[in-house]
Design a protein around this ligand. Structure first.
Ligand code: SF4
Ligand code: SF4
Ligand code: FES
Length: 323
């Protein structure tokens, strides 16, 4: 079967901007998108640039946008793409600078991974590890929630809606990596807390919008968003509740516990806390809502059935869930 592949091309030495080019190719059974790209490069246009190595979904270097979704080219079947989309388009990963054609610059990606200190912190000199405290990490498939399966392909970062609007966001891959080390029993508790303190700062765990795209595109089922939720839970349990993101959660829970529902008029006050600066920041929005009749009544009575809601909270507390 002869197919058309539409590839996004960009040569920084000659092109002002990226453009699409079509290539016709005979495809055989079992062919992957990477196989097709390498055939195009060998037989039609040797200037096509792409990155790959293992060809077995191990090294993570061939991530690109195939028919609008971030995928590994080496494990994406041409036939399946054709059945699903009726065409094959290939572009570089989104939201990362393009070096040439399908090759993106991953330096910011690696810098963010380094920023979460992806290694175990040693005990300080004040707390030297005693032989009796040394521990062997026995195989335990559940301990790291599969986060250790990450192959650093960058697909999740390219798909991330938060990264799209804020390039400073730590991003799903780096935060998932941080979760892996937080789950490691060999790291001292003080180091874990220091990790959480760093991660709760601006551009950290509270900047995720929970869009789930990182989970959808990850070729290794790492589920970065779930790792971020674990980090948020750990931060709250460690008493790190001063950030806007943390206050949003604790305020939400407080309102439901007290009134049985979300009181949208009081919620912004719970989030800004007693900071005058933050209050002045949200005040214009509150006034605009009031003038347009969209401000909910802050004095609405609690809903009926409060007794059941209190029972739910009491039961959660008994089971050790934060409430
Ligand atoms: S869930 Fe969070 S980390 Fe994942 S893609 Fe969405 S915003 Fe990014
Ligand atoms: S979390 Fe998944 S998508 Fe993100 S870099 Fe790792 S393997 Fe790739
Ligand atoms: S070439 Fe290594 S993951 Fe595709």
């Amino acid at each position: 079967m002869r197919l058309t592949f539409t590839l996004t091309r960009f040569n920084p030495e000659t092109d002002a901007q990226a453009h699409d080019e079509d290539y016709r190719l005979d495809v055989g059974r079992g062919m992957t998108v990477l196989d097709a790209l390498l055939r195009i490069k060998d037989e039609q246009d040797g200037s096509l640039s792409l990155r790959y190595s293992c060809r077995s979904a191990i090294c993570g270097s061939c991530a690109m946008e195939i028919n609008g979704t971030e995928k590994l080219a080496c494990r994406t079947s041409v036939r399946k793409e054709l059945e699903r989309h009726g065409r094959i388009t290939v572009a570089p990963l989104r939201n990362l600078p393009v070096i040439k054609d399908l090759v993106v610059d991953l330096s910011s990606f690696w810098a963010k991974i380094r920023d979460v200190t992806p290694w175990l912190s040693r005990p300080t000199h004040a707390q030297p590890a005693q032989p009796a405290q040394q521990m062997t990490l026995l195989p335990d498939s559940g301990r790291f929630h599969n986060v250790d399966a990450c192959i650093m392909c960058g697909a999740c970062v390219a798909a991330c809606t938060s990264h799209e609007v804020s390039r400073n966001f730590a991003g799903p891959a780096a935060l998932a990596k941080a979760d892996r080390f937080l789950a490691d029993p060999r790291e001292p508790a003080t180091a874990k807390r220091a990790r959480l303190v760093r991660l709760e700062q601006d551009h950290g765990i509270w900047d995720c919008t929970r869009c789930n795209f990182c989970v959808e595109v990850c070729p290794k089922d790492v589920k970065p968003m779930e790792a971020i939720i674990r980090l948020r839970r750990a931060a709250l349990e460690a008493g790190l509740t001063a950030t806007g993101g943390a206050r949003h959660i604790t305020g939400f829970v407080e309102l439901v516990r007290e009134e049985g529902r979300l009181n949208e008029a009081l919620m912004p006050l719970k989030v800004v806390g007693n900071s005058l600066g933050r209050l002045l920041h949200v005040l214009p929005l509150g006034i605009r809502m009031l003038l347009k009749g969209k401000a909910p009544n802050p004095f609405a009575p609690p809903i009926p059935g409060m007794a059941q809601i209190r029972t739910i909270f009491a039961t959660a507390r008994q089971r050790g869930k934060p409430s």
